[in-house]
Design a protein around this ligand. Structure first.
Ligand code: SF4
Ligand code: SF4
Length: 56
């Protein structure tokens, strides 16, 4: 299982800076997580100001 970013994302970029494996990149209007790279650490969930990353 990996984390996924919901449509609540405001594309601030904070989660991408905190991801230890660089699994987060800017997508179309929001940030997206590469499920193959994500190691389920949960850092992005704690960093996000709007709670957009959720465990899938
Ligand atoms: Fe990166 Fe961890 Fe978030 Fe996965 S759960 S995208 S490894 S910060
Ligand atoms: Fe989107 Fe939250 Fe990441 Fe900011 S920290 S880019 S709002 S998922």
């Amino acid at each position: 299982m990996a984390y996924q970013i919901s449509d609540d994302c405001i594309a601030c970029g904070a989660c991408a800076d905190g991801c230890p494996v660089n699994a987060i990149s800017e997508g179309d209007g929001k940030y997206v997580i590469d499920a193959d790279a994500c190691v389920d650490c949960g850092a992005c969930e704690g960093t996000c100001p709007v709670g957009a990353p959720k465990q899938a």
